[in-house]
Design a protein around this ligand. Structure first.
Ligand code: BGC
Ligand code: NOJ
Length: 818
């Protein structure tokens, strides 16, 4: 069953039934100021940090779900409704929600009155603009009351929900005509306030929630709205809100536009006050005046649209398969940008108070947006590296406001450092900006200990070399990429977290996944050394990498697939000797990408085992058989019921590792099959089962052992977005930036006839047409650049040009490897 459809011409997903299986959300904002918005206008706004600067209140895991938002109420002769259906839930004559790129348009119609709201955050501004259009589509004049509504969060979203003994006494507001100000704690340590404005005179307002709603009413039927009578309340403590009331008359056919602005203002020191206890509103007024007419709002909106046009023009695919094109050209890139901005902080599944910017997450996210905003990617790399320790180790996350690392969700995840090599080398390949390697970057934010970025990469590399276990494999530390494989934890206390609790200090538990990762990014490091004239460094690195390859062959191979780890006691994890968890996906992916033992058929065997044991209708599960009992020596992984999350869920993040692995041995059909299985646009028709948005990836789909296989959770903020984009564009479609040129190396189903791609890279535009006349999966026979044949499949860079590239696939090919 479908709840809507894609409109590729406007790059929108159009929801036509408000009762989606889960709130289907979108994100507004591109820098600094952000909002989440669901298909019924639920969600909240925040400035930079969803915990410390949350403007509006949202109630997670509530009944009904998706509770709290920016709501409009219309009282039209006693019929009360909301254009987004919720919160009133009056049945509408027409409903439509269009989620676009950084904007959402929600429209409802009831009894010949149409209300359509365009929500967006203009570029470079700290406010959400809501352009509301009201139209009388009937033959009779209309006179009705319109109420707006937001509920203020008392800034710290965590404290807001738990410190009621204080918070119910702190709320303060100011009312100034059509602008309602929220200034809680402004008089002491805060230098910021928020406001909600409408560009028209109001008949009344409310700023105190209970006065507006009535003590025992729900937001579906606030007393003021039901009676058509605002209370003109002024909040003192309790729960401050902002609600405007406008009385509106519309002749038949007449329309009226109103602009609502939800904004955030900072005023430093002496600028804080206009007079005693009266906030300085100059900055608020300046912000309002930028968008307070429909014309100004439309100009800002067009700016936003051009911004996205510019970004998405950098990679355009024409494959003839609209589901593929819309993912590659629109939604997957969009999700990568959102994930870049949010990391794992705020979604329907991340409550915006717990998770900062993850070290490994942010590095991996980067590979999905580096081609869109290379400058911001550069800054991100510096920010992340600045939190690193001198020995290469890392804080597991950092806080976006201060950019300082912390161990609130644990530390000593021994995969962390290597991801910095991934992000830095991808950035270099995309931009050629080798200067970044000389940039002085602090360790643990201490400027006195700053070293060139290159030294950080070296520290990452040697963090592995210096932390090897009894078999010579990398020690896992607290966990590797799989947060829940806690081999040193041994937790018996249900009140402690697996990630932060004291670990045993034994230096025995080893990770074969990190070994594979090390071979892939260790080679990248060695290659980078070579390219930058550090030959000796490169040789030494190569030596360590070769050593690791041998170690994996000797101790990391189980006969038919790669082992996953050795536990604290030195016993095999992910082996046929185990009763459960005989095989895991991560080490198959990384060791395949590292091509360890490819010459002996190990890669092929391992990937065949994945197909046989891990693959299912909905994707590749993480491990098999699923754990059915708690294994104290494995930790959190075995706490999940079978088929969910890290215990044999389809963890979409690592499916692309297998796709890429398949391309290493030229199996285009397999790579494509895996890609399609979890790609949301192909799942639209099973939305009822899949549950989350059909336009973005979810972190996890319940696996074959689950109660309900195919049901997804944790959409939006997941490394899945970047990795799938990376796998499909770089390895399946095979357009791969390298240091000296653009590499063309597709690996596709043999039946594909070809496709076209426009790729903008380093100010050069390539119009590439790939054709596959001989029906192969891999292999490039000929590449013509502007009609001239080149040697091999690497198109050397030549900045500032536009090239037409004709690629012919075929078996004769001398394919340049890597
Ligand atoms: C989740 C992981 C998450 C970890 C750390 C676990 O419960 O399953 O996905 O990374 O917690 O927060
Ligand atoms: C989600 C975390 O954000 C990520 O860092 C981790 O790798 C996966 N869960 C797998 O556990």
């Amino acid at each position: 069953m479908n709840y809507g459809h894609f409109d590729d011409s406007t790059r929108e997903y159009v929801i036509t039934n408000p009762m989606t299986p889960w709130p289907w959300i979108n994100y507004l904002g591109n820098e600094d100021f952000f909002s989440l918005i669901s298909n019924t206008a639920g969600g909240y706004a925040f400035y930079r940090d969803a915990k410390f600067r949350r403007l509006t209140r949202y109630r997670y895991n509530n009944v009904p779900m998706d509770n709290g938002g920016r709501y409009f109420y219309i009282n039209d002769g006693g019929t009360v409704w909301s254009p987004g259906w919720k919160p009133v839930k009056t049945v509408l004559d027409h409903y439509e929600c269009r989620h676009g790129l950084s904007y959402t348009r929600i429209a409802g119609r009831k009894n010949d009155l149409e209300a359509s709201v365009l929500f967006f955050i203009p570029l470079k501004s700290w406010c959400e603009v809501q352009l509301l259009t009201l139209k009388n589509t009937g033959r009779q004049p209309k006179r009705f009351k319109l109420f707006s509504f937001v509920e203020w969060c008392l800034w710290n979203a965590d404290d807001d929900q738990n410190n009621l003994q204080r918070n119910l006494s702190t709320g303060e507001v100011e009312i100034d005509g059509s602008t309602l100000f929220h200034k809680t704690e402004y008089k002491d340590r805060r230098d910021h306030y928020a406001f909600y404005h409408v560009n028209a005179p109001v008949q009344g307002y409310d700023t105190d929630r209970e006065s507006f709603a009535g003590l025992y009413n729900e937001l579906s039927g606030p007393q003021a709205v039901l009676e058509g009578q605002p209370r003109n309340s002024c909040a003192h403590g309790w729960s401050p809100i902002a609600s405007h009331c406008l009385e509106i008359e519309l002749a038949p056919g007449q329309a009226r536009e109103l602009i609502f602005i939800l904004g955030y203002v900072e005023n430093a020191g002496e600028q804080k006050w206009e007079s005693a206890n009266v906030i300085n509103k100059t900055n608020a007024q300046a912000l309002i005046s930028r968008f307070d007419t429909p014309e100004k709002a439309r100009v800002a909106f067009n700016g936003l649209r051009s911004y996205w046009d510019g970004l998405l023009n950098r990679f355009v695919l024409k494959s003839g398969d609209e589901k593929l094109d819309r993912m590659v050209n629109i939604w997957n890139q969009y999700q990568c940008m959102v994930t870049f901005n949010m990391s794992r902080s705020a979604s329907c599944f991340e409550v915006g108070i717990g998770r900062g910017m993850g070290f490994r997450d942010s590095n991996q996210d980067l590979i999905g947006f580096v081609h869109l905003v290379p400058d911001r990617a550069r800054q991100r790399i510096i920010d992340i590296a600045s939190t690193q320790f001198e020995d290469g180790g890392a804080y597991h996350q950092y806080q976006p406001l201060t950019k300082r690392g912390n161990d609130a969700i644990g530390g000593n995840f021994n995969d962390d450092p290597l991801w910095l090599i991934l992000s830095a080398t991808e950035y270099l390949k995309e931009t050629g900006d080798f200067g970044i390697l000389d940039e002085m970057v602090p360790f643990d934010h201490d400027e006195t200990r700053a070293k060139p970025l290159f030294d950080h990469l070296k520290a990452s590399f040697y963090h592995v070399v210096n932390n090897l276990g009894p078999h010579g494999l990398p020690l896992i530390g607290r966990a590797d990429w799989n947060d829940c494989l806690n081999l040193n934890c041994f937790s018996t206390n249900p009140d402690e977290s697996f990630q932060t609790t004291e670990n045993r200090t034994g230096k025995t538990a080893e990770s074969v996944m990190i070994a594979g990762l090390f071979v892939v990014y260790g080679r990248e490091f060695a290659r980078l050394c070579r390219l930058t004239g550090r030959q000796q460094e490169s040789n030494t690195a190569e030596m360590h990498v070769s050593q690791m390859v041998e170690t994996v062959k000797q101790y990391g191979w189980d006969g038919e697939w790669y082992l996953r780890a050795y536990d604290f006691f030195g016993r095999k994890v992910g082996s046929r000797e185990n009763d459960e968890g005989k095989i895991f996906i991560e080490s198959q992916g990384w060791c395949a990408m590292a091509e360890i033992g490819k010459e002996n058929g190990m890669v092929e065997k391992a990937l065949d085992a994945v197909k046989e044991r891990l693959d299912c209708e909905h994707g590749i599960v993480l491990n098999n058989p699923a754990f059915t009992k708690y294994m104290i020596e494995y930790g959190e992984i075995s706490t999940y019921p079978p088929g969910y999350k890290e215990n044999a869920g389809i963890f979409c993040h690592n499916n692309p590792w297998i796709m890429i692995g398949e391309t290493m041995i030229g199996r285009g059909e397999r790579a494509w099959e895996y890609y399609r299985k979890i790609c949301p646009s192909y799942l639209e028709d099973i939305s009822e089962l899949h549950k989350t948005e059909p336009y973005v990836y979810a972190q996890m789909i319940a696996g074959k052992d689950a109660h309900k296989p195919g049901e997804a959770k944790n959409s939006w903020l997941t490394g899945t977005a970047a990795w799938n984009y990376y796998a499909v564009t770089r390895y399946i479609l095979g357009i791969r930036p390298d240091y000296d040129g653009l590499l063309i190396d597709p690996c596709i189903p043999a039946a594909w006839e070809g496709y076209e791609i426009t790729r903008r890279l380093r100010d050069t535009t390539y119009h590439i047409r790939v054709s596959n006349p001989h029906g192969v999966s891999k292999g490039v026979m000929q590449v013509l650049v502007d009609g001239e044949e080149i040697n091999g499949n690497l198109i050397p860079y030549s900045p500032g040009n536009v090239f037409t590239v004709e690629v012919t696939m075929g078996i004769m090919a001398p394919v340049l490897a890597h």
